[in-house]
Design a protein around this ligand. Structure first.
Ligand code: COI
Length: 360
């Protein structure tokens, strides 16, 4: 289905000065652009009425299914401003494919990949002046589908809205790319076997909030989840994947076992690893092995990755038994080299040999 977006007639709401001020220090996810994209779906008509509209509230009945049963899925991707003034997306079709799968798991209608990408491209183009021009900032795009039917019975909604909103962003963690401290949660789970762990849906993130508060209470920045059955196998952090670099040059991360979000950044890092002298390894990681490796030096670096977090070094892991520190190399080590590789491709400072980037 070819979608035609009808842009509002006046695309200028905030002044250039307003936007420049916001983009000096945008934070993460606190400012939103002038417009949003929206496509509606109904059981009878399928996907209809693709449009670009002013950013604003979504009027909904209080009985709307999403409010009660959390039938929703979302994505996160970024648009990057290059030095020559052009704007680029990074592997948007991967996000579109993941959204397709998440939607299936949440019994939501599956938006075709091309329509997802077009919606993202059209919104980015319309709000291009919002894409930050300086530093490692970007325009974070948040596509999502929500169940809009007013009905309290538990079954898939017969009406759904797909929207894309956009937010200029800087670093996800307020300290920038400084190493983060991680709390290893040993009681509560983010997901369980057969659950929605590999879908990007709000419920997974809601389930991470109480453990995240525990992390904050222990002076940590993020929570790490281990498996729900044995409380032993590393899965992922509250909103990002986990990777480690070993002394014998392996880049190790847990396999996609159904409980882990198939991160686009994760996949990109595993793909570029050989170019950086690292062997990509996807295998179960015992949390005890991580503590031992940190203590005896067989693990040289730990980091988190995701669209929002990019690549963020991990400085320590703490659990109820105590804290294990990671000596983070002064130059950031291979973690920062991996980070820079990706950012250089995204901002066009390094040749994109894999066709990962596309101009908006
Ligand atoms: C992303 O990285 O895009 C996410 O959705 C994670 C969230 C912590 C912002």
């Amino acid at each position: 289905m070819a979608l035609k977006f009808n842009a509002p007639s006046d695309p200028t709401y905030r002044t250039e000065a307003d936007i420049a001020k916001i983009n000096e220090d945008p934070g993460f996810g606190v400012h939103f652009t002038d417009h949003m994209a929206r496509i509606d779906w109904s059981e009878d008509e399928g996907w209809v009425d693709p449009r670009l509209i002013e950013y604003g509230p979504i009027p909904m009945d209080p009985a709307g299914a999403v409010f009660h049963y959390a039938q929703e899925a979302f994505e996160g991707l970024k648009a990057y401003h290059r030095e020559d003034g052009s704007i680029w997306l990074f592997r948007p079709e991967r996000n579109a494919a993941r959204f397709f799968n998440s939607s299936k798991r949440l019994a939501l209608p599956q938006l075709p990949v091309d329509d997802f990408v077009q919606a993202v491209r059209e919104l980015t183009r319309l709000d291009a002046r919002w894409v930050p021009k300086e530093g490692e900032k970007s325009l974070y795009l948040r596509p999502f589908s929500i169940a809009t039917e007013s009905f309290l019975g538990v079954r898939p909604s017969k009406t759904v809205a797909f929207c894309v909103i956009a937010s200029p962003v800087g670093a996800y963690f307020s300290g920038g790319v400084k190493p983060v401290d991680i709390w290893v949660e040993s009681h509560l789970s983010r997901v369980s076997n057969g659950g929605t762990g590999d879908a990007k849906c709000g419920g997974n993130y809601a389930a991470s909030l109480v453990p995240e508060e525990t992390a904050f209470a222990h002076g940590c920045n993020q929570v790490m989840f281990v498996d729900n059955a044995e409380h032993r196998w590393v899965e992922e952090l509250g909103g990002m994947n986990f990777l480690m670099i070993t002394k014998n040059d392996e880049l190790v991360t847990p396999p996609l076992n159904g409980n882990i979000l198939p991160g686009v950044t994760r996949d990109s890092l595993l793909t570029i690893a050989p170019e950086m002298g690292l062997k990509p390894v996807e295998r179960p990681i015992d949390i005890a092995e991580v503590y031992a490796g940190m203590d005896d030096g067989t693990i040289s670096e730990l980091f988190a990755c995701g669209t929002a977090a990019v690549v963020t070094p991990i400085g320590s892991l703490t659990n109820e038994q105590g804290r294990h520190d990671m000596a983070v190399p002064a130059d950031g080590g291979r973690t920062i080299a991996l980070r820079n590789y990706l950012l250089d491709v995204q901002y066009g400072r390094r040749e994109d040999t894999r066709g990962w980037t596309q101009r908006v």
